[in-house]
Design a protein around this ligand. Structure first.
Ligand code: GLU
Length: 445
């Protein structure tokens, strides 16, 4: 029996007195709604998440004790298809955060025209404190707790912050055990050997790279004369750093949760990545064979990285990094949001007044869910694509929707974030109206 919480939220989604993350993120819609002609019915539906589930997950720890973790899954909307979204493991995970992330997934999938709704999951845990077997028991316990809430055609899981392909493999296996048949399509981002897709691990970064390559030339930016700072050196941030460096961009600063490094002459990203992987910390190193030397660099905090005098700033860590408190310090001309929600609504206003162009998460980081869609299609067909096929289709999808978003922004003379919401909102509105019943009740003799 699952513990389903109906959605008792009686507040409108743009209640300015509410201080939750969700209240703040949903203000983005308020702005976009001014430009779209979608029905009142559709707007009313988009005010609330369709369903939210809170669970307790008891886990037997290696020392024999029992710990109980809190977990969540929110399906925000499934009008355009089954819910889709990652599962986050982080000490700060809350229902409010998961709901906000599910809201973003809804618009992201609509913006990319993927036949999915939006969903998200999370467990409140610091996974770095758990052994591998504790992590496996937690992941399987999470699936046991939410199994009745998800499914290949209902709601599909994927990796997010501090979850990876190994964890996705355990989750798919656990769900299949519960259902007593193989259910590959219930989880994406799996290891290749058990139904993962080529290119899924690099998809978020590759998608972001195509978005940058689509937009930056419009401002006459060439890679060789463009300096970049990246906050977050996880899978997305580190892979994107490598792609950008290879294309000629000068990556002058990177950071992880412990802090960062800054080298105005540019960093050798493969060496930094190697050092980080082997020693779990960031240092500006240049390695040749087994010999590594520390290169002159400045150690900086995450806050200092956000205020660096660079052309492009890429927040690729967590939400709420650029806020009303530090937005005025930003010197970059362009921000590409690889993380979900790194710039708050208040910060948006400050940045816009300063002329900083912010390219939004729901477009920039959508490469991940796009290749998740490809994985789901491959799982259902049992026909697997080459890396070239995946990458080609990803590039086409990212460039197509980036260009459409740009056209909306130009046409209406608005910021690119609002244009992205309008683009997604139009598709969502159409789908909601196609399923609607209002016409039956409006007929007057
Ligand atoms: N967690 C990623 C995101 O926020 C990927 C979601 C997915 O692949 O379903 O977009």
């Amino acid at each position: 029996m699952v513990n389903t919480i109906s959605v008792p939220n009686t507040q409108t989604f743009v209640d300015k007195n509410q201080t939750s993350l969700f209240a703040s993120v949903s203000q983005r819609l308020e702005k976009a709604l001014k430009y779209v002609a979608i029905s009142e019915d559709a707007i009313a539906r988009l005010r609330y998440p369709k369903a939210s589930l809170s669970v307790s997950i008891p886990v037997r720890m290696d020392d024999g004790s029992l710990r109980v973790f809190s977990g969540y899954r929110v399906r925000y909307d499934d009008t355009r298809g089954p819910g889709k979204g990652g599962v986050r493991y982080h000490p700060k995970v809350s229902l409010d955060e998961v709901q906000s992330l599910a809201f973003w997934m809804t618009f992201k999938c609509a913006l990319l025209d993927l036949p999915f709704g939006g969903a998200k999951g999370g467990v409140t845990v610091n996974p770095k404190e758990l052994s591998k077997s504790e992590l496996e028991r937690l992941s399987r316990g999470y699936i046991d707790a939410i199994a009745d809430f998800i499914g290949v055609d209902v709601d599909i899981l994927a990796p997010d912050v501090y979850t990876n392909s190994t964890i996705m493999g355990w989750m798919m296996d656990e769900y299949s055990t519960i259902k007593r048949h193989l259910c590959r399509g219930v989880v994406t981002g799996k290891p290749l050997t058990i139904g993962g897709s080529q290119g899924r691990d690099t998809a978020t970064a590759t998608g972001a790279f195509h978005v940058m390559q689509t937009f930056l030339p419009k401002f006459d930016r060439v890679p060789e004369e463009t300096t970049v700072a990246i906050q977050g050196f996880g899978n997305a941030g580190a892979t994107l750093a490598e792609l950008l460096a290879k294309a000629g961009y000068k990556i002058v600063a990177v950071s992880d949760s412990q802090g960062g490094i800054y080298a105005p002459q540019g960093l050798d990203i493969p060496s930094v990545r190697e050092h980080k992987n082997s020693r779990r910390q960031i240092k500006a190193v240049y390695c040749q064979d087994s010999v590594c030397s520390i290169v002159e660099h400045q150690t900086i905090t995450n806050q200092e990285l956000l205020a660096l005098d660079v052309d492009v700033l890429i927040p690729a860590a967590l939400e709420n990094q650029i806020t009303a408190a530090n937005a005025a310090d930003v010197k970059a001309k362009f921000i590409f949001e690889v993380a979900n929600g790194p710039v708050t609504t208040e910060a948006d206003r400050i940045l816009q007044a300063k002329g900083v162009r912010v390219f939004p998460d729901i477009l920039v980081n959508a490469g991940g869910v796009t290749v998740s869609y490809f994985e789901w299609v491959q799982n259902r067909n049992g026909w697997y694509w080459t890396l070239e096929e995946v990458n080609q289709r990803l590039q086409t999808k990212m460039e197509t929707e980036a260009k459409k978003t740009w056209a909306i922004a130009q046409d209406l003379q608005i910021d690119i974030r609002t244009a992205a919401y309008i683009h997604g909102l139009n598709r969502l509105g159409e789908a909601l109206d196609a399923k609607g019943t209002k016409d039956y009740f409006s007929i007057r003799e």
